[in-house]
Design a protein around this ligand. Structure first.
Ligand code: IMP
Length: 188
């Protein structure tokens, strides 16, 4: 297994600033609630929030679907939505990656009964598979190929979240790529 650079720190910084500027202009004067999806989006959200100038609230939900695998298990568990106070507010869900879109769809379904004014999505990365799900994505930082990526908050089996840039995780032919729910302890 090895890591290959994909998106530099400088490109991330500049894109995050663009998105924040657009949020300020699109939501100005409205009650905005940011709902950050942990764990992967925490670094992106921390940078984004500090660039947004308008008043907004920030809350966190936790989503689990991958475990120690590089493919979604298809079972998404969301925690923390019941604690949100978003009645009448405009909600912007902050995600790290839209891959299959299953996580986003589950969040949408569970948030809708909380009666927000509307629910939109902001994702740092979007993989091609996400396009098939009809989520209202207002902001997507980068469209990337169908590779597994790590860094800038994103992990593989809880590693690499602390990288400042985003890298592709390349599996060599001798690596047995773990399937969902089948853990591998061989990390680079
Ligand atoms: P989805 O439900 O398939 O859209 O997957 C969304 C979640 O899976 C993301 O929020 C990430 O936490 C995780 N994920 C998807 N692709 C990757 C990846 O390439 N690297 C790290 N995590 C990923």
């Amino acid at each position: 297994m090895r890591l290959e650079p994909l998106i530099s720190e400088r490109r991330i910084r500049s894109r995050v600033a663009d998105i924040a500027e657009r949020i300020d202009s699109d939501y100005r004067g409205e009650p905005l609630s940011l709902v950050v999806v942990l764990k992967g989006a925490y670094v992106f959200a921390a940078d984004l929030v500090r660039r947004i100038e308008m008043p907004c609230t920030v809350d966190f939900v936790t989503a689990t679907s991958y475990g120690r695998a590089t493919r979604s298990s298809g079972r998404v568990t969301i925690r923390g939505i019941d604690r949100l106070e978003v009645v009448g507010r405009r909600v912007l869900v902050i995600e790290d990656i839209l891959d299959t879109g299953l996580t986003g769809a589950a969040i949408f379904e569970q948030l809708a009964p909380c009666k927000p004014a509307d629910i939109m999505f902001c994702t740092l990365l979007r993989k091609p598979g996400a396009i098939s799900r009809e989520l209202p994505v207002l902001y997507a930082g980068f469209d990337i190929p169908n590779d597994f990526v790590v860094g800038y908050g994103m992990d593989y089996a809880e590693r690499y979240r602390n990288l400042r840039d985003i890298r592709r995780l390349i599996f060599d032919s001798r690596d047995a790529e773990p399937e969902a729910d089948k853990a591998s302890d061989r990390l680079p």
